[in-house]
Ligand binder design. Structure first.
Ligand SMILES: Nc1ccn([C@H]2C[C@H](O)[C@@H](COP(=O)(O)O)O2)c(=O)n1
Ligand SMILES: [Zn+2]
Length: 165
């Protein structure tokens, strides 16, 4: 009798969790950049997810989505980043030694929250604004806190699935 072999082309853990981060990003109403995050423990159990959006109870129809103008008239004054939302959505679960999967490199404000939450590794899909002050400061902080950074190894995997450009 012929032996049935197991599937070989199943998702790796990294593809699976980055896929969940990408799917979470699709909840974002930001017209320009949708970011998703997924936090996982050492046993590959999902602790939390998040995406960028306006704070709870603050109407995303009334707040601005502009990128330019006076600070008060832009989204930057109001929007909660995907990573911060994922940390805040963890509902009391410890994030100590966890891994953050995120579709965009974290900013300096999220880096502070990542460090304080005890996250030990960040796997990111894209470093969209490498020359921004926020990214430079973030890299400095994450290095000081000895947080491991890893660029997702196979972004074309998601491009082929039309989940990522
Ligand atoms: N790591 C990041 C970086 C950015 N975001 C959010 C903040 C904004 O909603 C959007 C960026 O907008 P853009 O300046 O590209 O028009 O993405 C985040 O959640 N996490
Ligand atoms: Zn941020």
């Amino acid at each position: 009798m012929e032996h049935v072999m197991k599937r070989r082309d199943y998702l790796t853990w990294e593809e699976y969790f980055m896929g969940i981060a990408l799917l979470s990003a699709q909840r974002s109403k930001d017209p320009n950049t949708q970011v998703g995050a997924c936090i996982v423990n050492g046993n590959n159990i999902i602790l939390s997810t998040g995406y960028n959006g306006m704070p709870k109870g603050c109407s995303d129809d009334q707040l601005p989505w502009e990128r330019e103008g006076g600070f008060e008239d832009t989204k930057y004054a109001y929007v909660c980043h995907a990573e911060l939302n994922a940390i805040l959505n963890s509902d009391g679960r410890s994030l100590a030694d966890s891994i953050l999967y995120v579709t965009c490199f974290p900013c300096n404000e999220c880096a502070k929250a990542i460090i304080q939450a005890g996250i030990k590794k960040v796997i990111y899909l894209e470093d969209k604004y490498p020359d921004s002050e926020a990214t430079k400061v973030s890299k400095k902080l994450l290095a000081m806190a000895q947080i491991t950074l890893k660029k997702f190894s196979n972004p074309s995997f998601f491009a082929d699935l039309s989940l990522y450009k």
